[in-house]
Ligand binder design. Structure first.
Ligand code: IDP
Ligand code: MG
Length: 132
């Protein structure tokens, strides 16, 4: 069964929409097989976000992602990687259509509520990073 790493970012918890987002994942029919709340360190974020580490906005992302706890999950199902990316909506918040998580709740590209792995390879790496 395909699996992906999903993470509800600190804004999802601060804005009290974590339950709503979890509910959407459940209603879609995907299986949440592991879930935990955790506080991220800058070191783990530099690994997780290595692909954006040189971007000018990266310091803001570090500050944001360490501003409060996150909820990490392993989510399973057929086509779950692509399926979760579609439920989430695209990275740029203005492009995220209503009906998607980012389209319904995000008004910032940096603070966009949810992370989801973008490939099988990255999913396995991220699951290992956050669940060991
Ligand atoms: P993704 O979360 O949709 O996979 P990535 O390109 O992997 O998007 O970027 C990781 C995170 O970096 C995004 O979720 C967002 O928080 C932040 N980010 C990406 N591009 C921008 C930008 O242009 N401005 C501000 N933050 C950005
Ligand atoms: Mg990404």
């Amino acid at each position: 069964m395909e699996r992906t790493y999903i993470m509800l970012k600190p804004d999802a918890l601060k804005r009290k929409v974590a339950g709503e987002i979890i509910s959407r994942i459940e209603k879609k029919g995907f299986e949440i097989s592991e879930m935990k709340m955790l506080n991220l360190t800058e070191d783990v974020l530099k690994e997780h976000y290595a692909h954006i580490a040189e971007k000018p906005f990266f310091p803001e992302i570090l500050e944001f992602m360490t501003s409060g706890p996150v909820i990490g999950m392993i989510v399973e199902g057929d086509g779950v990687i692509e399926g979760m990316r579609r439920l989430m909506g695209p990275t740029q918040w203005v492009e995220a259509l209503p009906g998607t998580i980012r389209g319904d709740f995000a008004f910032s590209t940096g603070e966009n509520l949810i992370h989801g792995s973008d490939s099988v390879e990255n999913a396995e790496e991220e699951i290992k990073r956050f669940f060991g």
